[in-house]
Design a protein around this ligand. Structure first.
Ligand code: IPD
Ligand code: CA
Ligand code: CA
Length: 276
C-alpha cells in the first residue's frame, strides 16, 4: 500500500479529531459521577467506566470511517484486519490517575501509524478545551493555530517533564535517579501524569523536553507526530531511531536533545555518589 497523499492524510486527521473530541466530551460528562474505579493489576493502574465508554466511542467512529484499518486500543487490545498498513493506536483516557482524582490533566489520544510510523495524531484535553493535531508534512496545531517547539538551547534554562510507569514497585529501572539528576541540572522537572499531554506540551513550547520508560504505543503515537511536525525531535534515549514498542522515548525541542540524552546516562553514577 502506498503512503497516503495529502487528501487522505487530511481525512485521517479529521477522523482522529472526531474520535478525540467525541470521546473527550464523554470524559467531561462522567468526571463528577464515577461509580466504579478498578485496579487493572499493578498498584495504581486504574480503569474507570469513563475509560471504557470513551474507548467504545472511538472504536465505533473508526469502524464506521476506516473499517479496513487495524486498531490497537488500550482497553480492548488489537482489533481489525491484519494485513492493513494502517494501525490506529488509541488511549481513550491518558491520565486516568489524574482523572480519578478530579485533577484536570487528562486527554484522549488518537494516533495513526503507517507501516509502524506515526503519521497522524489528535490529542484532546476536554478540561482545558485544547485540541492538538498533527499530520506528516502538514504541520502541527493547537486549536487550529500552528505551534512550534521552544528555542531553549541549554539544560540549565530548560523546564522538562517525565513520568513513572506502573511497574515502578517491581523494577530497578524506576526513573527515580534520572528524575533527581535532571531536577538538579534544570529549572525543573514536572510529572504531568499524561504522556500525551507531556508530549504536546513540548510541541507547543510550554516545556522543552520529555523522557519516559515503560510507555505503550497508545500513550505516544499521536504525540510523536504532533511533536515532530512542531519541529521537535523524538528518538530512543541514546538518540538512535525510536522503536515505538520499546516503551522508552526521548522527545525534545531538538536543541537540548543531545545534552538530555547524555544526562540520562550520567544519572545513576551521579546519585550513587551520595550513598557511597
Ligand atoms: C499513563 C500516563 C502517565 C505515564 C504512565 C502511563 P494512563 O497512562 O500517560 O503519565 O507516566 O506510564 O501509563 O494509564 O493514564 O492511560
Ligand atoms: Ca496512557
Ligand atoms: Ca489510558
Amino acid at each position: 500500500m502506498e503512503f497516503p497523499d495529502t487528501k487522505e492524510l487530511q481525512i485521517f486527521l479529521d477522523v482522529a479529531t472526531e474520535a478525540a473530541i467525541t470521546a473527550g466530551v464523554i470524559l467531561e460528562d462522567l468526571v463528577d459521577q464515577l461509580e466504579k474505579i478498578e485496579e487493572k493489576g499493578r498498584p495504581g493502574d486504574l480503569v474507570t467506566e469513563a475509560d471504557k465508554k470513551a474507548e467504545t466511542t472511538v472504536l465505533n467512529i473508526l469502524k464506521r470511517r476506516v473499517p479496513h484499518h487495524q486498531i490497537l486500543a488500550e482497553e480492548s487490545g488489537k482489533l481489525g484486519e491484519n494485513e492493513s498498513d494502517y494501525l490506529w493506536a488509541i488511549d481513550p483516557l491518558d491520565g486516568t490517575t489524574n482523572y480519578a482524582h478530579g485533577y484536570p490533566a487528562s486527554a484522549v489520544s488518537v494516533g495513526l501509524l503507517w507501516q509502524g510510523k506515526p503519521i497522524v495524531g489528535a490529542v484532546y484535553n476536554p478540561f482545558s478545551k485544547e485540541l492538538f493535531r498533527g499530520a506528516k508534512g502538514l504541520g502541527a496545531t493547537l486549536n487550529y493555530r500552528p505551534i512550534k517547539v521552544s528555542q531553549t538551547n541549554e539544560l540549565n534554562n530548560s523546564l522538562l517533564v517525565t513520568g513513572f510507569a506502573y511497574d515502578r514497585r517491581e523494577t530497578k529501572d524506576t526513573n527515580y535517579p534520572e528524575f533527581c539528576y535532571l531536577t538538579h541540572l534544570t529549572q525543573g522537572v514536572r510529572r504531568g501524569g499524561s504522556a500525551s499531554l507531556d508530549m504536546v506540551s513540548v510541541a507547543c513550547g510550554r516545556l522543552d523536553g520529555y523522557w519516559e520508560r515503560g510507555l505503550s504505543p497508545w500513550d505516544i503515537a499521536a504525540g510523536i507526530i504532533i511533536l515532530e511536525e512542531a519541529g521537535g525531535k523524538v528518538t530512543a534515549y541514546d538518540e538512535g531511531p525510536l522503536n515505538i514498542e520499546s516503551g522508552r522515548l526521548l522527545a525534545t525541542n531538538g536543541l537540548i536533545h543531545q545534552s538530555l540524552s547524555q544526562a540520562l546516562t550520567e544519572a545513576l553514577p551521579w546519585l550513587k555518589r551520595f550513598y557511597s
